[in-house]
Ligand binder design. Structure first.
Ligand code: PLP
Length: 399
C-alpha cells in the first residue's frame, strides 16, 4: 500500500474556502469582505509608486543574485528597527536589538516561536480571545501549549481590559504573551496608550515574555503612533519580541517581507541571541529571498521614496477611515436603528460587526456578499462603488 494510504484530509482554511466560494459566484454585484488584503477604490491590490520606483531602479541595476546573509540584508534590518523604535532610538543604536529579515510576518512569528521553544521549552503561550487564526497553529506547531486571554468584549465591541489584565496577572512567570501591537485582527479593537502602560507593568511584575505582532503599522493613526506599544515596551527595559510584516503597509503580500526583532539586555547578549536565531533560520530556509527586502530597504532608506511611501500609506489609512465613516452613515440612512458607530472607533482593516453567522449566511445567499462567519469584515474591501450596495444589504439582514 502507498505510505499515504491512511493520510487524512486536513481541515480547510475557512477564509480560503470563502475565497473559493466567492470566485465561483457568478453574480456581478458580489463583494468579498472576508479577505485580509487592502484593496484600492477600484477594488485592486495597489502597486505603490514608491515600490515601483525602487523596483525600477533595482531592475536597471541588475544586481547579481547571490545568497543573502542568514539574517538578511543589513540595510533592511536597520530600517525595520528605525520604524519600530523611532529614528533616533537609543535602544536601536545600543546594539541590544537583534533583527533578522523573515518571510513575512508569519515567517517572523515562526522563527520567533521556534527560537522561544529552545529558550523556554516549558512555557505556555497565551493569545487574545479571539486572535488571528494562525497564531494558535503557529505556536502549537512550534511545540507550545496555547491558551487564550480574554480580549474582546462583545457588549462594548471594545476590549475587556479588566478581564485581560486579571488573566495576565495570574500567569506563571516565563509565560509568552502574544499581543497585537495595533489594528487587532480580527476585532479592530485596540488598547489605549494608558492600557499599554498597564500591560507593560503586568509583564514586568509577573515576569511575562511579550511577543508583539506588528502586521499593520501605519494603518491606524500613523507610523509612530501605531508603534506606541513597541515604544512602551522599549522604555520599560524589558526583553521582548516583535514580528513585523510589510505585506499590508507596502502592499507586497506575495514577496513575503517581514522581520523578527528581539530586544535583549545588552549588546553582548544580542550577539549570542543572534547566533542562536541564525541556527533556527539556517535549518529552516537558510537565508531570506533578495527582492522584497531590497525594495523595502531602498524605499525606507531614500528620503524621497520614504516620503512617497508615507504619503501612500496615509492614503490607504484615510481610505479605510472613510469607508468606516461611510458605512456607518449609510447604515443610518438605510434606517438601521442599531448603533454601528463602534465601526468608526475600531482600527485597522477589520471590524467585528456583531453580525451573526445566520446574518452572514444571508448576506452571502441573498446578496453575494461574503464575510467571515464570526462577523468579521474587511473595511478595505469596500469602495465608493460597492459601499451603498453593502450598506443596503446589511440593513436588510439586520432588520
Ligand atoms: N499577524 C497578523 C495579526 C496578521 O493579521 C497577519 C496577516 O494577515 C500576519 C501576522 C501575517 O502577515 P504576513 O502576510 O506578512 O505573513
Amino acid at each position: 500500500a502507498s505510505i499515504f494510504a491512511a493520510v487524512e484530509m486536513a481541515p480547510r482554511d475557512p477564509i480560503l474556502g470563502l475565497n473559493e466560494a466567492f470566485a465561483a459566484d457568478t453574480r456581478a454585484e458580489k463583494v468579498n469582505l472576508g479577505v485580509g488584503v487592502y484593496y484600492d477604490d477600484n477594488g485592486k491590490i495597489p502597486l505603490l509608486a514608491a515600490v515601483r520606483a525602487a523596483e525600477k531602479a533595482r531592475l536597471e541595476a541588475m544586481p547579481p543574485r547571490g545568497y543573502q546573509p542568514i539574517e538578511g540584508l543589513g540595510a533592511y534590518n536597520s530600517a525595520v528597527q528605525n520604524l519600530l523604535f523611532g529614528k533616533d532610538s537609543a535602544l536601536a543604536s545600543s546594539g541590544q536589538v537583534v533583527t533578522v529579515e523573515a518571510l513575512g510576518g508569519t515567517g517572523a512569528l515562526k522563527v520567533g516561536a521556534d527560537y522561544l521553544k529552545r529558550l523556554l521549552p516549558g512555557a505556555t503561550v497565551y493569545i487574545s480571545d479571539p486572535s488571528w487564526e494562525n497564531h494558535r497553529a503557529l505556536f502549537e506547531s512550534a511545540g507550545f501549549p496555547v491558551e487564550n486571554y480574554p480580549y474582546y468584549d462583545a457588549a462594548t465591541r471594545g476590549v475587556d481590559f479588566a478581564g485581560m489584565k486579571a488573566k495576565l496577572d495570574s500567569l506563571q512567570p516565563g509565560s509568552v504573551i502574544v499581543l497585537h501591537a495595533c489594528c487587532h485582527n480580527p476585532t479592530g479593537a485596540d488598547l489605549s496608550d494608558a492600557q499599554w502602560d498597564e500591560v507593560v507593568a503586568v509583564c514586568r511584575n509577573r515576569g511575562l515574555i511579550p511577543f508583539l505582532d506588528m502586521a499593520y503599522q501605519g494603518f491606524a493613526d500613523g507610523i509612530a503612533a501605531d508603534a506606541v506599544a513597541v515604544r512602551a515596551f522599549s522604555a520599560s527595559g524589558l526583553q521582548f519580541f516583535v514580528s513585523s510584516s510589510f505585506s499590508k503597509s507596502f502592499s507586497l503580500y506575495g514577496e513575503r517581507v517581514g522581520a523578527l526583532s528581539i530586544v535583549t539586555a545588552s549588546k553582548e547578549e544580542a550577539g549570542r541571541v543572534l547566533s542562536q536565531v541564525k541556527r533556527v533560520v539556517r535549518t529552516n530556509y537558510s537565508n531570506p529571498p533578495t527582492h522584497g527586502g531590497a525594495v523595502v530597504a531602498a524605499v525606507l532608506n531614500s528620503p524621497e521614496l520614504r516620503q512617497m511611501w508615507e504619503d501612500e500609506l496615509a492614503g490607504m489609512r484615510e481610505r479605510i477611515r472613510a469607508m468606516r465613516t461611510g458605512l456607518v452613515e449609510q447604515l443610518k440612512a438605510e434606517g438601521v436603528a442599531q448603533d454601528f458607530s463602534f465601526v468608526i472607533k475600531q482600527r485597522g482593516m477589520f471590524s467585528y460587526t456583531g453580525l451573526t453567522a445566520a446574518q452572514v449566511e444571508k448576506l452571502k445567499a441573498d446578496f453575494g456578499i461574503y464575510a467571515v462567519s464570526t462577523g468579521r469584515i474587511c473595511l478595505a474591501a469596500l469602495n465608493s462603488k460597492n459601499i451603498g450596495y453593502v450598506a443596503k444589504a446589511i440593513a436588510q439582514v439586520v432588520k
